[in-house]
Design a protein around this ligand. Structure first.
Ligand code: PEP
Ligand code: MN
Length: 355
């Protein structure tokens, strides 16, 4: 006797209900896999090879009457839905937004407590220049110095930096004076060679979305100073930092360095709101580079004070023994007398704010 239509319908209902239960159970496991991957520093949630293997296994196990094409189509939808769920979950709570267990340090200097001042010339030029400025900065008790060996210049005809030899020289002199050295690395390939000579790696504004560099920075265990892109939104800046943390390195310091606007009085417009918003939203320290924001010398102190007042964890500033003959950013670098006064005034302000 054939089953009644009613019977058949009730079987379909039962199986559909079971499918709903199973699909949700599957989705819950997919979410756990996504979370585990992120915890292990695998930012890539989609694995097409694993998916193809599973699909093949499923089709081999199928006894019909569903055609392989139909089954493959159904499962592709299941896979897609799981992945979308994992991505949505990752965005709901970015790693850079979750509570951090460890503070960010450059050497013994910790960020997120007392504001840190990072100073030094735009570029490494000569042994004499570096010796003079590092000796001066160490005398003022600056602990972290900056100096570029790989310079991202707008024109290919402008000074491009001394490269790895310059970095080696600056590293040796920094050590001599007990200073920690920060320098920009422009591509993933140079990272490994440069690493022994650096206490922190700077990723410059022009490379904020150089994703292979961000991933490579995530795979090392040195702190990263990530500068905001020239025209990057706060969201893009946040996700660039997420790339580094999701790739396994949570030692990230953000750096607001001004963004492009219609204003021509300054080189860039220092986005003070971004500092406040990022401080509130993320678990990462943020410093303010006043030199590249202003592009001029006369407003560096008020900008630095504003950066600290709004919650910034430090200031980056350029200083050169002879700014007038500097090979890059001559107009914005303070000479040593100007820097000493800037430093004294900013320290005074920091102490007053603390009270
Ligand atoms: C720098 O700090 O040397 C520099 C080039 O800055 P930015 O990447 O912010 O332009
Ligand atoms: Mn510069």
């Amino acid at each position: 006797m054939s089953e009644s239509l009613e019977d058949l319908r009730s079987q379909i209902t039962e199986i559909s209900l079971e499918l709903v239960r199973l699909l949700n159970e599957r989705a819950a496991i997919a979410l756990k896999i996504g979370a585990a991957k992120r915890k292990q520093g695998h930012s890539n949630l989609y694995d097409p090879i694993r998916e193809a293997k599973l699909l093949k296994q499923l089709l081999e196990a199928s006894e019909g009457p569903l055609a392989d094409d139909a089954l493959a189509h159904l499962f592709k939808e299941v896979f897609k839905t799981s992945l979308a769920l994992q991505v949505e979950d990752a965005h709901k709570q970015l790693l850079v937004e979750s509570k951090r267990a460890t503070a960010v340090h450059i050497g013994p200097v910790s960020f997120g407590e007392a504001p840190v001042i990072i100073a030094g010339p735009c570029a490494i030029e000569t042994e004499e220049q570096i010796t003079e400025i590092f000796a001066f900065l160490s005398g003022l008790d600056v602990q972290i110095v900056r100096a570029g060996a790989f310079k991202p210049r707008t024109s290919p005809y402008d000074f491009q930096g001394l490269g790895i030899d310059g970095l080696k020289m600056a590293s040796r002199i920094a050590k001599q004076y007990g200073l920690l050295l920060v320098s920009e690395i422009m591509d993933a390939d140079s990272l490994e060679e440069a690493l022994p000579y650096l206490d922190a790696v700077q990723i410059g504004a022009r490379n904020m979305q150089n994703f292979s560099l961000l991933k490579a920075a995530g795979a090392i265990n040195k702190p990263i100073i990530l500068k905001r892109g020239l025209s990057a939104t706060i969201e893009e800046f946040t996700l660039a930092a997420e790339y580094i943390v999701a790739s396994g390195n949570d030692q990230v310091i953000l750096c607001e360095r001004g963004i492009r606007t219609f204003e021509t009085a300054t080189r860039n417009t220092l986005d003070i709101s971004a500092v406040a918003i990022l401080k509130e939203r993320l678990e990462l320290p943020i410093i303010v580079d006043v030199s590249h924001a202003a592009g001029r010398k006369d407003i560096l102190l008020p900008l630095a004070k504003a950066g600290i007042a709004v919650g910034g964890d430090g200031i980056m500033i350029e200083t050169h023994p002879q700014p007038s003959i500097a090979l890059s950013d001559a107009q914005q670098q303070l000479n040593m007398t100007e820097f000493a006064s800037f430093y004294r005034e900013l320290k005074k302000f920091i102490n007053e704010v603390k009270k």
